[in-house]
Design a protein around this ligand. Structure first.
Ligand code: GDP
Length: 177
C-alpha cells in the first residue's frame, strides 16, 4: 500500500549542507530511493525528496532538502534553512578541506536555523578509508565540542545511511513531537 491513504502525523524538514562533491545528493538518493547514481547531476536549484517512516507508532514524513549544487555559488539562502528541524553536515573523509570547512557551515547554519535544530556531522565515503584524510578522533572531538551527532557513512555501499537518518529523525521526533 502506498502513501495515498496514510495519515501523516508529522512532517520534518532536514537540510543537507557541506562542500560540493562530498556526496550529499548520493546520500539522499540512497536514503529516499535506495539508489546510487553513477552519472553526476546537472541541475542547479533547491530540491527535496521525502520518505515516510514509522517512529513510535506515528507516521513521520521526512522532507530532506539538497542544495543541488547551489553551494558552489554560495547561494544557499535563508529560505533553504527556514523551518528546518534537522541538519546533516556532510564532509568527504578523503578531503581534509571539506572537514575544515565544517566550522563555517555550522556557523552559517546556526545563524539561520532554529536554536533547537538537531545536527549530525557525517563523514561520507568511508568505502575509501584507505584514502582517509580525516582521523575519526578529529571528527569526534569536533562533534563533541559542538554538541553534534557523528557518523561515518558510505552512500556507495549503503553503510550507515539508514542508521544516520533514523538517528537524526528519532531525535527530532523526541524534541518536536
Ligand atoms: P554533492 O555535490 O555533495 O551532492 O555530491 P554528489 O552526491 O554529487 O557526489 C559527488 C561525487 O562523489 C560523485 O562522483 C559521487 O559518485 C561520489 N560519491 C558520493 N558518495 C560516495 C561514497 O559514499 N563513496 C564514494 N566512493 N563515492 C561517493
Amino acid at each position: 500500500y502506498g502513501d495515498y491513504n496514510t495519515k501523516i502525523d508529522y512532517v520534518f524538514k532536514v537540510v543537507l549542507i557541506g562542500d560540493s562533491a562530498v556526496g550529499k545528493t548520493q546520500l539522499l538518493g540512497r536514503f529516499a530511493r535506495n539508489e546510487f547514481k553513477v552519472d553526476s547531476k546537472a541541475t542547479i536549484g533547491v530540491e527535496f525528496q521525502t520518505k515516510t517512516l514509522i517512529i513510535d507508532n506515528k507516521t513521520v514524513k521526512a522532507q530532506i532538502w539538497d542544495t543541488a549544487g547551489q553551494e558552489r555559488y554560495r547561494a544557499v539562502t535563508s529560505a533553504y534553512y527556514r523551518g528546518a528541524v534537522g541538519a546533516m553536515l556532510v564532509y568527504d573523509m578523503t578531503k581534509r578541506q571539506s572537514f575544515d570547512h565544517m566550522a563555517r557551515w555550522l556557523e552559517e547554519l546556526r545563524s539561520h536555523a532554529d536554536k533547537n535544530i538537531v545536527i549530525m556531522l557525517i563523514g561520507n565515503k568511508c568505502d575509501l578509508s584507505y584514502l582517509r584524510a580525516v582521523p575519526m578522533e578529529d571528527a569526534e572531538e569536533f562533534a563533541q565540542r559542538e554538541n553534534l551527532f557523528f557518523m561515518e557513512t558510505s552512500a556507495l555501499e549503503a553503510t550507515n545511511v539508514e542508521t544516520c537518518f533514523l538517528t537524526i529523525l528519532t531525535e527530532i521526533y523526541r524534541i518536536n513531537a
